[in-house]
Design a protein around this ligand. Structure first.
Ligand SMILES: [Zn+2]
Length: 135
């Protein structure tokens, strides 16, 4: 998976920038688009705990602010947990922008060790066409 090295490195580098002073559980995420762009992010916590957000959310924000694109791969890494999967909320956020076949790469500190798809992570997700059917 040599071609995914830059994505893994971006996620790991982002994790090092996490503002996780309360949980001490830094997480990094990186999104790869079909045209080769990478957007990364880390979890950012605030003293009012519910107001913090996840690494995937930071990466999605950078992706959206740069104009978006077609997501092909997502990488998530946590220093203190091998194979750290996106939380439920982030699965829904990622599914807003990533197709069901997008690959989600799960890691240890050494590299990618497991790959699943968005469909694997969020079966029967709440999809935008549901709202169209109610009108
Ligand atoms: Zn999350």
């Amino acid at each position: 998976m040599a071609d995914l090295d830059p994505l893994f490195t971006a996620a790991k580098t982002a994790m090092e920038k996490a503002h996780a002073k309360y949980s001490d559980f830094p997480v990094g995420a990186a999104i790869l688009t079909k045209d080769g762009r990478i957007f990364s992010g880390a979890n950012i916590e605030v003293i009012s705990f519910p107001e913090g957000w996840c690494a995937e959310t930071t990466a999605i924000s950078h992706f959206v602010m740069a104009g978006g694109g077609e997501i092909t791969d997502i990488c998530v890494i946590a220093e203190k947990k091998d194979i750290c999967t996106p939380c439920g909320g982030c699965r829904q956020r990622l599914a807003e922008f990533a197709p069901a076949e997008a690959k989600v790469h799960l890691c240890t500190m050494e590299g990618i060790v497991q790959t699943v798809t968005m469909a694997d992570l969020l079966p029967h997700g709440f999809e935008s066409d549901v709202l169209a059917k109610t009108n």
